[in-house]
Design a protein around this ligand. Structure first.
Ligand code: B12
Length: 222
């Protein structure tokens, strides 16, 4: 079983989705996260083992390599796809409560901003790290963030902005969330934002990449 879980971790790391996937070329015709996750669960692996020893293990290698520059965006996107294929098999266990997430994060790209790619990667990393993510998508108004906080009672709100213009909307949303939920943890990311900007708008944390976002969230998980 251990071997199977290590294989899942490796497939996440190298972005091997399923047997049909031609990527990476050296594993053409071999099973990917899709088949291996199904097989592991059918052979009696617990969903927790698949998540922790397979997906989280694989994604944490991806996170480290992406951070130190030894892995690039297209490869990370393949890993994210491999991860999504595996998550499909784990979803029923999340829904039934058999997997207990570390906590919940409401995530969205702020109002006026349609950039989705970075936020989606963050979403998958956090899921791969054992968090439940409520992804509100792009162009998310303050009202929608507030509504989601009310509904999902998350441990944190994550906001993404890629435009200098929409950073201003992020500021407003952060202030409105803080006014209504003073204890809510707010984490921000996206190319134009910074640690200084986070401090200015009263956000708790700025993360330049998903791995550091995950590390922060794990540090606040009770
Ligand atoms: C792809 C892209 C688009 C695509 C978006 C497609 C999509 N579905 O997302 C399209 C074509 C739609 C687009 C449109 C526009 N874009 Co554009 N776009 C980009 C581009 C090339 C890449 C962005 C990207 O996906 N990066 C890859 C991801 C992985 O990185 P990332 O988003 O930074 O996210 C990472 C981290 O920042 C972090 N992170 C991000 N968010 C969060 C959140 C949290 C909580 C955490 C923890 C971490 C985190 O983790 C992510 C993963 O590592 C950038 C240039 C660039 N190099 O950034 C321009 C760029 C952002 N765009 C720009 C502009 C100007 C526009 C337009 C205004 C163009 C126009 N005139 O129409 C429109 C705006 C549309 C709108 N209202 O949003 C400018 C912004 C300039 C500025 N300073 O404001 C840029 C910088 C290009 C440039 N050099 O001029 N764009």
């Amino acid at each position: 079983m251990q071997e199977l879980l290590s294989q899942i971790a490796h497939c996440v790391e190298i972005g091997k989705i399923n047997v049909q996937s031609p990527y990476p070329p050296q594993l053409k015709g071999q099973p990917g996260t899709d088949e291996l996750t199904k097989q592991a669960l059918e052979s009696g692996a617990t969903p927790d083992d698949v998540l922790n020893q397979g997906l989280i293990a694989g994604m944490s290698v991806v996170g480290k390599k992406f951070r130190d520059g030894s892995m690039f965006l297209p490869e990370v996107l393949m890993s994210a796809k491999a991860m999504t294929a595996a998550m499909k098999h784990l979803e029923p266990f999340f829904n039934s409560g058999a997997i207990v997430p570390k906590g919940t994060v409401v995530l969205g790209t702020v109002k006026g901003d349609l950039h989705d790619i970075g936020k989606k990667i963050v979403s998958l990393f956090l899921q791969g790290g054992g968090w439940k993510v409520v992804d509100l998508g792009v162009d998310v108004s303050t009202e929608r963030f507030l509504q989601a906080v009310e509904t999902h009672k998350p441990n944190a709100v994550g906001m993404s902005a890629l435009l200098t213009t929409t950073m201003l909307n992020m500021e407003q949303t952060a202030k409105d969330i803080r006014a209504k939920y003073p204890a809510m943890r707010i984490i921000i990311g996206g190319a134009p934002v910074s640690r200084e900007f986070a401090a200015k708008i009263g956000a708790d944390h700025y993360a330049p990449d998903p791995q550091r976002g995950l590390e922060y969230l794990n540090s606040i998980a009770s």
